[in-house]
Design a protein around this ligand. Sequence first.
Ligand SMILES: Nc1nc2c(ncn2[C@@H]2O[C@H](COP(=O)(O)OP(=O)(O)O)[C@@H](O)[C@H]2O)c(=O)[nH]1
Ligand SMILES: [Mg+2]
Length: 194
Amino acid sequence: MFKKVELVSKTLQTNCLIQESLNEIPLVGRSNVGKSTFLNKILKRKIARVSKTPGRTRSIDFYLIDEKFYIVDLPGFGYAKVGWDLKEKWQKVMANYFKRKSITHVIHLIDSSIPVQKIDLEVSQWISNLGLIEILLFTKTDKVKKTKLKHQLKLLSEKFTIPVEFEKIEFSKNYSENQIFALQEKFYSVLGFE
Ligand SMILES: Nc1nc2c(ncn2[C@@H]2O[C@H](COP(=O)(O)OP(=O)(O)O)[C@@H](O)[C@H]2O)c(=O)[nH]1
Ligand SMILES: [Mg+2]
C-alpha cells in the first residue's frame, strides 16, 4: 500500500520545520511504548532506531508517504531522567509543532501490556484541548494473553474520552505483512484518501 516512503526532514527546532502543505499525521507516545518499532513496521524499513535507552529520539521526523501525506515521528515523553518529561521541554516543543494547520488527527500510542498511565491521560487531555482528533494505537498486544486482550483494551479505552466512533488500532511487532498492509490502509482512510 505505501509505495514510496522518504524521510524528508529531521529537525529539533520547531522554527525549522518544513512548510505546511500536505496533511500530516503525528505519532506521540511515552518513551519505550514501541513507537520506533511501529514506525519501522508500517514504513517497512529500518528507518527509526529502536533504542535500548529510552528518551533518546528527540527530533521531529517527517516521512513523506507516496507524495500524499506525512507521518511525523515526535519525541517521546515521560522520561524525566533526560529532562524530557511532559511539563518541561516536551510541552514547549509540542505546543509549537501542534500549531500547524496541516494537522487534524494525532495517533497516540498506548502500551497495552501495562495499566493506564497518568501521563498518557494528561497527553490525551492536551490533544483534546488543541481541538485535534486523537486515535489510540495499542502497542505490544502480543504481550497480553489472547483471552485477556479484548477486556484489557476495553478497560484502557474507557479511561480515555475518545468518541466511540473512532477506531482503536491494535499493533504488535509480530504482525504479518497482511496486518501491516491493513494498518497502512487505515492511515489512508483516516486522512480521507480512498
Ligand atoms: N513484545 C513486544 N515488544 C515490543 C513491541 N514493540 C516494541 N517492543 C519493545 O519495546 C522496547 C521499546 O521499543 P521502541 O520501539 O524503541 O520504543 P520507543 O521508545 O517508543 O521508540 C524495545 O525493547 C522493543 O523491542 C511489541 O509489539 N511487542
Ligand atoms: Mg523511539
